[in-house]
Design a binder for this molecule. Structure first.
Ligand SMILES: [Fe+2]
Length: 393
């Protein structure tokens, strides 16, 4: 997933093997559009990040960056988008019961009327597109995602579930957001987070692990005044909860890498602490909902990311509004990162190889009738490439 701005034809041979500008075309293909989507934003985001960063007066905050559609990240993370769409009632065909006039169909990211079709024609979402060299962690707070992939795997997940996909050597997948409810609105909120793989694991076998909502640790705490704060632990053990296991080749699978993904919800007036971890990690705190929060005694602006030292406790005192925070932290992989579109490798030559391999193999092809399948009549489930079927537990 990501924000589109231009298209790339991954099938066209560039004049110069490293001149990827030669591949920028206007061809209408989901796969080719997605190839441009994420890389274009990923590369552009750095400039935004640098131009908007501010030094905070508090010594604990190293950098402060306003949040827009794509959020800035630090090694070992590559990408984070908070998708929030207030979809209307469904039209009986899993699309919106609303006119699509006035939208840039095919790349509808403007947020007209509070929702986006993204690359979907009839159903919102991201039809088939490839990835190689990293992992996607899709944390769905509200709404439903239908997954299909080039290995023949499928799934429907949402409403608190997490799909953790190791793209590794290469996979195509589709991520559609079917609007199931015809009698009420279909709000959608999810985070898509990209976690890099070290060089030794970039060609790990592609697959996904489901972290079902029923099993993800969520703990509600109370401060001394009875104000509540809640932590959802997707990865890490910073707050004392035991996380579900990530995929085996993930950077997060080694506890020494201290990869943490946490979502905190807190009441007005809540006081709580984010404990320090080891030194040398990258720790980013995304304060994406609320106003009036103090971090170590200083009021910080809402809708900002704060980069903070990983080994210092943060004392948070909330103001008069309930608030929400996402924390992404982990030990940096500290290897060269060369990202182009949906491929994240260590060298430009490896990116060229990824394009060549994708053109040649299509990462297994596409065994589905359309590029944007919806799992009609199904509840939440996962069917893996080896045929194993899984229900929420
Ligand atoms: Fe994707």
């Amino acid at each position: 997933m990501g924000k589109d701005s231009k298209s790339i034809d991954t099938k066209k041979e560039p004049k110069d093997s490293l001149d990827f500008k030669a591949q920028i075309l206007s061809r209408k293909s989901w796969i080719t559009k997605m190839a441009a989507t994420i890389g274009a934003v990923g590369l552009g985001a750095y400039g935004i990040y640098k131009s908007q960063e501010k030094k905070m007066k508090t010594s604990v905050i190293r950098q402060s960056v306003p949040l827009s559609f794509q959020w800035p990240t630090s090694d070992p993370f590559l990408f984070c988008v908070h998708h929030e769409d207030h979809y209307p009632k469904g039209n009986g065909k899993f699309g919106p019961k609303a006119s699509l006039a006035g939208r840039d169909m095919g790349q509808d990211f403007a947020g007209k009327d509070g929702w986006r079709m993204y690359h979907g024609d009839d159903v919102p979402g991201f039809p088939g597109h490839p990835h190689r060299g990293f992992e996607t962690v899709t944390v769905v707070q509200r709404g439903i995602v239908d997954h299909t992939d080039s290995l023949g795997a499928a799934g429907r997940y949402g409403d608190g579930d997490v799909q953790w996909m190791t793209a590794g050597a290469g996979v195509q997948h589709s991520e559609m957001f079917p609007l199931l409810h015809e009698d009420k609105e279909n709000p959608m909120e999810l985070f898509q987070i990209w976690l890099n793989l070290p060089k030794k694991d970039k060609f790990a076998p592609p697959h996904f692990t489901m972290l079902w909502n029923e099993s993800i640790p969520v703990r509600t705490h109370e401060d001394s005044k009875g104000n509540r704060w809640k932590v959802k632990t997707v990865a890490g053990s910073l707050f004392g909860d035991k996380p579900l296991a990530p995929p085996p080749n993930s950077w997060a699978s080694n506890p020494q890498n201290e990869v943490g993904i946490y979502i905190l919800d807190f009441d007005a007036g809540a006081e709580f602490k984010i404990p320090g971890a080891s030194p040398g990690l990258n720790r980013n705190v995304y304060y994406f909902r609320g106003q009036g929060l103090k971090i170590n005694g200083t009021i910080v602006p809402g809708s900002h990311m704060f980069q903070v030292p990983s080994d210092e406790d943060l004392v948070l005192e909330n103001g008069k509004e309930a608030g929400k925070i996402l924390i992404l932290e982990g030990r940096p992989i500290a290897e060269p990162v060369v990202q182009y579109g949906p491929f994240v490798m260590n060298t430009p030559e490896e990116i060229q190889t990824a394009f060549n391999d994708y053109r040649r193999t299509q990462f297994g092809g596409w065994p589905w009738e359309s590029s944007d399948p919806v799992h009609v009549g199904k509840g939440r489930f996962a069917k893996h490439a080896d045929g194993r079927e899984e229900l929420p537990s």
